[in-house]
Write a protein that binds this ligand. Structure first.
Ligand code: ANZ
Ligand code: ZN
Length: 832
């Protein structure tokens, strides 16, 4: 061909790579291994611009490492269970598998066209029985280790999707998927005991420092939320202390009972002026004085409708109900009124707090609403919180605090803990924000939970040899519609089984697993995706180790990564793998925007990837993605020029055409300036790649292409061996982002193998001269010599170079040098 034609190049090389097995790792130990992984896609439809960006970035890493001589594993698969398939099936009176696997075919074809360097032999689908069999197996291992359990508890419930949601799936009080306000519902649910791993999930982050984006680490840290503090026990005074109560034996009456609070600030115990229990906790109902019971009941109804986020909002006016009881402060015996309020959450700490309005803003807001006293106990030399409305949380010395007076905050915390521990009314403790992972879903399209419920034996794990527990394939359409319980419950012939233990009539668990379970171990499955005997081959995992580079969106900063880290630790504890963290390095690619905004249907600013590929070709689109900005930054499609990328690729490709007919000669005999440009570009590209500045790689390649074009048209010409050397380097550099163009150039240049096997060009350090300028050396104002010097040479160095020049020394002879004027880097004037 005489012109660069994207469609033609795509047709020529499209299948060739797969036929040649270019992307298949050798896995024979002949080279050091590297594992590159992109977060696997959900097959919701065809590929979109977001995929195009993310996968372009991961591919740069995989292809670069391949060029650098590593044995690279870069697999792909599909996160193919989940709600959208089920909703589509209900709408179309179909089975979710039909929609799912059809979408996968479409996406797969697009991925192939997009030329991501993945080994398709390792493709997996989490919705295949061959895969979910092992998801179920892992569940059972967790179960056997006491890490999976069932409990009845109020859960987040989406009334529209008719399913339970994890806390993480509730966004601003609404279902993350359909935006319906979330309510609470009491259900018997399965949990993974991730809280057992809270400390390790935090402490092992040390391994990730500097390798994961700092903001992701911060989000994980926050989510786990470890707080150092104390449990302090208050005695709630009974009916006697409540004025006007005559129903000591009636409902809600208590005599005395202890209630423990969690506090991070035991130093402020003397500043506690009231006591609050979570309004929705059973405790509130147990403590309330009879005459306040009706008021509390009404308030609890009101609280039910609120999400945790609304409850903790600092914007909302504080609400609450006085319970008609008093809590006795164990340090000073003071009686504090007990309130029920929604700003205290029932599932954090102990669900009860001592309120210190002077030093806690939430408490202060509450105190001001209900006119409760405010007592400063840490003197921060600031203004009075009661007047300013701003609680003080800073350092200071303790006042109004008996034995704690005069101590610093830290000293007072230690001392207060010592006192309560001595008195048996409290102890130091650690509290976590992290909750156990609610994993059961009342939906069809997920891995069935492999448990059988038997009247006689209770919960019975499905015996391993009976795995997988397959989904029935005869349910479709309306039968899958949410009804408050799993659609599987209606599949009688599926549900009713013999108990594996006693043989009696029993029922299968009808819930399915959260799809986050599927994605918590897929990176392990990739090492031996077709293994029928195990979830993964431990030997293969040992060989490949951690994922060296993981690439994906920051929207997965918390959940997916936390769960995958948790699974990795459990699997490590099972003795199956050596490492304790799944992903050594993490790269969060930016988003693709259009006109500065995320693409969305409502804004009408969507860009169709397929149309872009048809119009500009795969290479130009990929190059545009990579060139637009460093990979972490967003790309605004309104600001980029795929047409410009096309012109550049055509220009690069033409170099190969021009050089093709010239036989390859020893480059060291070639033009030095051209060689310098080539080796400088290779060295700069390598350091840019190591620092994830992929856009810089393109910029360097563009400079090199320009230099080579100049060399051909008005320099040493296409026959110069340095020009061929440079053009081959261009093909290798382009092989990371523009595979079709690069492959074609490589073959035009006379090579037979794949450009990805070319190997990274060796840099000749002696050619890496810095940029230089010509300095003029004058003697008494007359030019006598010219020196090539680095642009950044210092005055001192330039003077030294001038005074040691043979020409200058010859002129000066024995004459004394009277004065030297230096203007680096251009001029030296010597007066003799
Ligand atoms: C007294 C106090 C004084 C507190 C003070 C803070 C400042 P973190 O750091 O997030 O763990 N708290 C405890 N349980 C709560 C619950 N279930 N709902 C709402 N708030 C709760 O926060 C711990 C602090 O949050 C605890 O320390 C408690 O208030 C409050 F100057 O106790 B503190
Ligand atoms: Zn039984």
């Amino acid at each position: 061909a005489q012109v660069w034609d994207a469609q033609e190049l795509e047709a020529r090389w499209g299948d060739w790579w797969q036929e040649q097995g270019v992307f298949r790792p050798l896995d024979d130990g002949s080279k050091p291994r590297r594992y590159v992984l992109d977060m696997f896609p959900y097959p919701s439809g065809d590929l979109h611009m977001g995929h195009a960006e993310a996968f372009a970035m991961g591919d740069v890493v995989a292809r670069y490492w391949q060029q650098r001589g590593f044995d690279v594993m870069h697999p792909i698969g599909w996160d193919s269970f989940g709600l959208p398939a089920e909703n589509a099936a209900i709408k179309r009176n179909a089975h979710p598998a039909e929609w799912t696997y059809k979408n996968i075919e479409t996406q797969k074809a697009s991925f192939k066209r997009y030329a991501i360097a993945v080994d398709w032999d390792r493709e997996l689908h989490t919705s295949d029985p061959e895969y979910y069999r092992w998801t179920q197996w892992l569940f059972l291992q967790f179960y056997n280790r006491g890490l999976a359990y069932r409990k009845n508890s109020p859960v987040n419930w989406c009334p529209k999707d008719q399913t339970v949601l994890a806390n993480e799936q509730v966004v601003d009080g609404a279902c993350e998927r359909c935006h319906t306000p979330v309510t609470k519902k009491a259900l018997n649910q399965w949990y993974f005991r991730i809280t057992d791993y809270a400390d390790r999930l935090l402490d092992d982050m040390e391994q990730l420092e500097g390798k994961w984006p700092e903001r992701v680490l911060a989000m994980q840290r926050n989510w786990i939320g470890r707080s150092q503090g104390a449990h302090v026990t208050f005695t709630i005074e009974g009916a006697d202390s409540v004025e006007g109560t005559d129903s000591a034996g009636g409902a809600g009456a208590v005599s005395e009972r202890d209630v423990t609070v969690f506090t991070t600030r035991p130093d402020t115990l003397y500043g506690a002026t009231f006591f609050v229990v979570a309004a929705d906790a059973d405790l509130a109902q147990e403590l309330v004085a009879p005459e306040k019971a009706a008021e509390l009941a009404a308030y609890r109804e009101q609280v039910k409708a609120l999400s945790d986020i609304e409850r903790q909002s600092t914007e909302r006016e504080k609400t609450g109900v006085f319970l008609g009881r008093y809590a006795v402060n164990p340090l000073n015996g003071e009686k504090l009124p007990v309130w029920a309020a929604d700003y205290v959450l029932s599932d954090y700490g102990t669900g009860a707090i001592m309120a210190v309005p002077a030093h806690d803003q939430r408490d202060l807001d509450f105190a001001r609403t209900f006119d409760l006293p405010v007592r400063v106990v840490v003197d921060t030399a600031g203004e009075d919180p009661a007047e300013t409305g701003v609680a003080t949380a800073g350092e200071g010395s303790l006042i109004n605090s008996g034995p704690l007076d005069g101590l610093s905050k830290a000293e007072a915390i230690a001392k207060a803990i010592e006192i309560v521990e001595g008195a048996g009314t409290g102890e130091a403790t650690v509290n976590y924000r992290l909750r156990d992972w609610l994993l059961s879903r009342q939906r069809f399209w997920g891995a069935p939970i492999p448990i059988i419920h038997c009247e006689a034996c209770g919960e019975v794990p499905v015996p391993e040899e009976q795995l997988p527990v397959r989904l029935p394939d005869d349910l479709r359409g309306e039968q899958l519609a949410p009804k408050g319980q799993s659609p599987l419950a209606a599949a009688t012939s599926w549900v009713e089984v013999a108990c594996p233990t006693c043989g009696g009539a029993a029922r299968r668990d009808t819930d399915t697993m959260d799809t986050f379970v599927d994605s918590s171990w897929y990176f392990l499955r990739f090492v031996s995706p077709n293994d029928d005997d195990a979830a993964f081959d431990p030997g293969a995992v040992r060989r490949w180790g951690q994922v060296d580079q993981y690439v994906g969106g920051v929207e997965h900063a918390i959940l997916h990564l936390l769960y995958a880290r948790f699974f990795t630790k459990v699997v490590h504890d099972m003795g199956l793998i050596e490492h304790t963290e799944p992903f050594e390095r993490l790269l969060n690619q930016g988003q693709v925007l259009n006109g500065g905004k995320a693409m969305s249907k409502s804004l009408g600013n969507g860009v169709d990837l397929g149309e872009q590929l048809d119009e500009f070709g795969v290479d130009a689109v990929r190059l545009t993605m990579v060139f637009a900005s460093p990979p972490e930054d967003d790309v605004d499609w309104a600001d980029v020029s795929p047409a410009g990328a096309q012109r550049f690729l055509a220009r690069a490709w033409r170099l190969a055409q021009d050089v093709a007919s010239v036989p390859g000669l020893d480059p060291s005999t070639g033009d030095v300036a051209v060689r310098q440009a080539t080796h400088r570009a290779i060295a700069d590209a390598a350091s840019a790649l190591d620092n994830h500045k992929f856009n810089v790689v393109i910029a360097k390649t563009m400079e090199l292409v320009n230099a080579l074009r100049k060399a051909i048209d008005s320099g040493p010409g296409a026959a110069d061996p340095a020009v061929r050397e440079g053009t081959e380097a261009v093909a290798v550099l382009l092989s990371l982002v523009a595979p079709y163009t690069a492959e074609d150039m490589w073959h035009v240049l006379g090579h037979e193998g794949a450009v990805l096997h070319a190997g990274w060009p060796e840099v000749d350090e002696s050619l890496l001269v810095d940029d230089t300028v010509t300095a003029v050396v004058q003697i008494k104002g007359k030019v006598k010599d010219r020196l090539e010097v680095p642009v950044d040479i210092t005055d001192g160095d330039l003077e030294e170079r001038a005074l040691s020049s043979q020409v200058i020394l010859g002129i000066i002879g024995e004459s004394p040098v009277r004065k030297v004027i230096v203007r680096a880097p251009k001029l030296v004037n010597i007066v003799i």
